[in-house]
Design a protein around this ligand. Structure first.
Ligand code: MG
Length: 378
């Protein structure tokens, strides 16, 4: 009894003090007269280490959209990588956010879920712009609450998966060089879908025996070609393939799946939460991208819907900085597969955030996103 009492007296004052501090911090944030937030909406050019070629395009750089939201001494930072295929670019993302600036300034950032729902009503398309705003608001809230975003979502960072490292389409010689550079990554993702696929895979296999995943980016011309290529890829040690046919080719997917063993993951066929029930009968899994769906809140919903429908889940990315990649990585403990390497493909990353150690994503244990300015990039 004595020991119990002394423990009580020792613990109680601390509890009371912590409670007072905690309630002062949180209540203070919402009860103090709100200072108007500062919002910056900027475009940054990210230079690629190698020319990046897929079925869709070839480029030396990407322009992504950055948004910072500063209020009460805390700045949240978000980024979205616009996808040309959906008629978005960094300028249109910026214009979309500018169009709601006065409303955003008057909105309460603690109501971030309500705010984002309203943004989806106010802005058509422009998912990269929405993603940048969603990430900035969650980063701000996470910092104010003093918790990393994975903790806000109730996730265990130890569950974060291995990420693949992506190899864009290139000459066999360049492909071998890229595969050698990717030595620390236990699984590679190889872009295919052109008539160079055989030479590409041969070049990869001449350097490594690692498991491979491939992404055709809608590049196969027919269901027959898809079956032939997928069965050949299976013999090359490929675990699964993303999007063999164009997004519009849903009806051919069942025909293909009856003739191959390899799991097939939807990417371009599945952009938003309401696409998942429609495509679920035709695929084994979905590649969810924060830039594609418009933020972490939508990404979370997509993961939950996909899981409920028995689909495998994957978090993918666009070419972007450690801001957007770290944001997606905070949800990665939820998914089966991660392809979160877009920051590793660029030469001038403005931020430092999630790390990759022996291929595994290691989340920063700092409040919010946990990113820091990369001093080397100014
Ligand atoms: Mg893909």
């Amino acid at each position: 009894m004595d020991s119990y009492e002394s423990l009580e007296t020792a613990v109680e004052p601390m509890k009371r003090r912590d409670l007072l501090l905690a309630s002062a911090g949180i209540a203070g944030a919402s009860a103090a007269p709100p200072s108007p937030p500062r919002i910056s909406a900027t475009i940054r050019r990210l230079n690629l280490r190698h020319t990046w070629t897929t079925v869709m395009s070839s480029s030396e750089y990407r322009d992504t959209f950055f948004l910072t939201y500063s209020r009460d001494g805390v700045t949240g930072t978000g980024e979205g990588a616009p996808i040309n295929r959906y008629k978005e670019d960094a300028k249109s993302a910026q214009a979309a956010i500018e169009s709601i600036r006065p409303w955003l300034i008057a909105s309460d950032p603690w109501h971030f879920t309500k705010v984002m729902a309203a943004v989806f009503q106010k802005i058509q398309g422009e998912y990269a712009g929405k993603a940048a705003l969603d990430i900035a608001l969650l980063d701000w809230a996470g910092q104010k609450l003093g918790v990393p975003l994975y903790r806000y979502f109730g996730l265990d960072p130890a569950d974060a998966p291995v990420t693949t490292f992506s190899i864009g389409i290139d000459t066999p010689e360049k492909t071998r060089e890229k595969v050698r550079e990717a030595e620390p990554f236990p699984v590679l993702k190889i872009k295919v879908g052109l008539n160079t696929d055989e030479a590409t895979i041969d070049a990869v296999r001449s350097v490594t025996k690692k498991p491979l995943r491939v992404d055709a980016n809608e590049g196969f011309k027919s269901k027959e070609e898809a079956v032939e290529k997928i069965n050949w890829l299976e013999k090359q040690g490929v675990e699964f393939i993303e999007q063999p046919l164009p997004a519009s080719g849903l009806q051919d997917m069942n025909w293909i799946r009856k003739r191959v063993h390899m799991p097939i993951i939807a990417d371009e066929s599945c952009l938003h939460p309401d696409d998942i029930p429609r495509i679920a009968p035709y695929f084994d899994g979905v590649n969810i991208k924060i830039d594609k769906c418009g933020g972490l809140l939508e990404g979370w919903r997509m993961i939950q819907i996909a899981k409920a429908l028995g689909l495998k889940t994957m978090l993918g990315c666009m070419v972007s900085s450690s801001c957007a990649i770290t944001a997606a990585a905070h949800l990665s403990p939820l998914v089966d597969y991660a392809d979160l390497d877009g920051n590793l493909l660029i030469a001038n990353d403005p931020y430092d955030g999630v790390k990759v150690v022996k291929g595994k994503l290691v989340l920063p244990n700092r409040p919010g996103l946990g990113i820091r300015q990369n001093k080397a990039q100014g």
